[in-house]
Structures are given as C-alpha cells and as structure tokens.
Design a protein. Structure first.
Length: 373
C-alpha cells in the first residue's frame, strides 16, 4: 500500500523525495519496525484474551515434572505473528510481486493448519488430540505441489525460463559462469513439494522450549533474506556469479517483517514464557522458510543453514522410528533431542541459548559459501 502510493506520488512535482520509499532497504526497515512495535504493543492484550478463552497449554504427558510449570500458559501465539506480518506486508511490500504472493500464501496456509491443530489439541485436552499426521502431511504435500507447478510452468513462474527447473548447489557456479546447471524438468515440481514438506516439519519439530523455535529460526531466515537481496540485484548477482532473479529482492521486506515479529515475540516467549507460539507459529515458520528456500533457489544450502533442524529431525527419527518402533527400546531419553538435554540436567535457558548459538554458527558458514564458488 505504502509502496504503491509512494510510486504514484513520487512522480508528482514536489514529491520526488518519496522515491526513497521505493528502496527495498527503506521498506525493509519500515516492515521490521512495524512488526516489532505491533508485537510489543498487542501481545499483552492477546495473551489475556487467549487465557480467558481457554487457549492454554496442557501438562505434558511424557514427564510431569518438566511440563507441570508450563501448564496453563496461553498457546497459539503464532497467530499474532501471522497477522502482524501480513499487515506489514500489505503496507511495505509490492503487492503485485509473485514472490510476495507465495510467502504470504505459505504463512496463511501453514498458520491456518497449525491453528486447526492447536484448537483440536486444546479442545481434546492434550497434545495427542491434535490433527492426524496424515491430515497435516496431505495439506503440506498439496500446497507444495501447487507451489512447484506455479514455479515451473513458464506462463506462471516468476523465474527466468532458463532457470525455472534448476536447483542451487553450494560451491558450484551456474553454467553461465563456467559451471553447470542441474535441470530437473517436471520432477522439479515433486522436488519443491518434498522441500516444502521436509522443511516445514523440520522447523515444527524443534519447538517445545521457551524461545527455541523463534531463536533458532531467526539466523536461518536472515541467511535467505541476504541471498534474496543479492540475487535480486543485477550487479551483485553477476559479481558473485549467481543467476539474477528479477523481483526476488521483495523477499527482503518479508524477511525483515518476520525478523521484527520474532524479536517482538521473544520478548514474551523467552524463559519463562508468557505465551507459546504453538503449531500455529512453528508450522508457519517452517512454511515460510521452505518458501524462502525454493524462491531463492538455494535448496541444498539448507543442509548447512538449517543443519540444526535436520539434526533434531534425524535424532527424532532414530529415537522414535528406529529405537521405539523397530528395536522396542529408547535410544535417547526423549525426543525431540532438546528434551534429552533437559533430562541430563542442563537448564532450559542454557539449552535454548546453545541451540541458538549453533544456529548462528551454521548461518555464518552458509553465508561463507557466497564467495566460495
């Protein structure tokens, strides 16, 4: 809204100074300040409203002495993040950008899916009463396929035709700069669906401790925000030997809006949490990260930038599927793995801080690949 208004008014005599609002850097700052202020101002009344409405967390069944102190804390706080980010996008981004359409759709679809799961859990009286795994996976796969088709079909895709079905490989230059491109053809649609499902569930699983999901998502989100800026700039992308993707710089505004929202949410979600984001928040975070990954064409970079999420999921797979279901015994005391560290006697704030530090280190290493090509 502000972007379109500024674009129109800056063409009028005497209002040329409004061109500054066309710069993605200025709009990104505006988006971050908007979401941060909104989260700080509106979270307290929303927390009270959720508490009165009965949207409160229930005691964990797996270990009462860990979950008891958190019982009764308002949940579904991710809904605040979804709303303020969408409002900020409406104000500061280019509403005609297909890149904005995809991330906004991801936020709505995965936030809505998470909200349905949270409501079902609260009404059912426990974490086991949520939506079935099959239901959630089905929605995620369908959305992933729709995004894949949108990005692959030439008449719809925001990508240049020559790279629409390619994937990014860290350390390897594209064919235009002496390297090579990996073209997947129609398989690209299936690949996008796989990435969307894998990443959305990977981020969702890391939730469970105060401030953990928001704190570990922020560094990874910033990595893809930086890549969006570089790939959307014709000079920088050419200098760094990347494919130029026209219009992808609009994702910087989105990344900034999410950053402000997550920082504001951490004000109330850090230990001891006054509100939990619930699946409404964790699923939407996974959905938008997956969208950022495929829209910047840096899919394989997530193996490094999102390595912490993959580690948590791998240990969960080993502990749950292999240990309990196949071997009939526990390999870890509890999965996701951050709960095992709690049982080893490490305080919850220290577990969260250490996981966040790991996420930051991996983010720095991911950014190092920009020049190592």
């Amino acid at each position: 809204m502000i972007y379109l208004l500024a674009s129109y008014l800056s063409g009028l005599e005497g209002l040329e100074f409004l061109r500054v609002l066309n710069y993605v850097s200025v709009r990104s700052i505006g988006a971050a300040v908007t979401t941060l202020a909104a989260m700080v101002l509106f979270s307290p009344p929303v927390i009270r409203m959720l508490h009165r409405a009965g949207q409160r967390d229930t005691q964990r069944s797996f270990d009462s002495h860990l979950g008891k102190s958190k019982s009764g804390t308002p949940t579904m706080g991710g809904a605040i993040i979804v709303v303020v980010v969408l409002v900020s996008l409406l104000l500061w981004s280019d509403p005609m950008s297909p890149f904005v359409w995809v991330v906004a759709a991801s936020l709505v679809v995965f936030g809505g899916l998470g909200m349905a799961d949270d409501l079902t859990k609260v009404r059912g009286g426990g974490a086991d009463a949520g939506l079935s795994r099959k239901t959630k996976i089905t929605v995620q796969v369908l959305f992933g396929l729709l995004v894949g088709v949108f990005l692959y079909v030439e008449s719809l895709s925001p990508f240049p035709p020559e790279i629409a079905d390619t994937i990014g490989i860290p350390f390897i230059k594209p064919a235009a700069y002496g390297g090579f491109d990996v073209h997947l053809g129609w398989v690209y649609v299936l690949f996008v669906a796989f990435v969307v499902v894998a990443i959305s569930n990977a981020v969702n699983l890391i939730d469970g401790l105060d401030g953990l999901a928001a704190g570990t998502t922020l560094p990874t989100l910033l990595v893809y925000g930086i890549f969006a800026y570089l790939l959307g700039n014709v000079r920088l992308s050419e200098y760094l030997l990347y494919h130029f993707i026209p219009g992808v710089h609009e994702l910087v505004v989105f990344a900034a809006a999410m950053t402000g929202a997550l920082i504001g949410f951490l004000w109330y979600n850090s230990y001891p949490a006054q509100i939990f984001m619930g699946d409404t928040g964790s699923l939407s975070l996974g959905g938008i990260l997956a969208a950022m990954v495929v829209l910047t064409k840096q899919e394989l970079l997530f193996l490094l930038a999102g390595g912490l999420f993959l580690f948590v999921n791998l240990t969960h797979l080993i502990g749950d599927r292999i240990g309990i279901h196949m071997l009939g015994r526990r390999i870890f005391y509890r999965t996701p793995i951050h709960h095992t560290f709690e049982h080893l006697g490490i305080a919850e704030p220290k577990v969260v801080l250490r996981f966040t530090v790991v996420a930051m280190v991996l983010a720095v290493l991911a950014l190092a690949t920009i020049k190592l090509r």
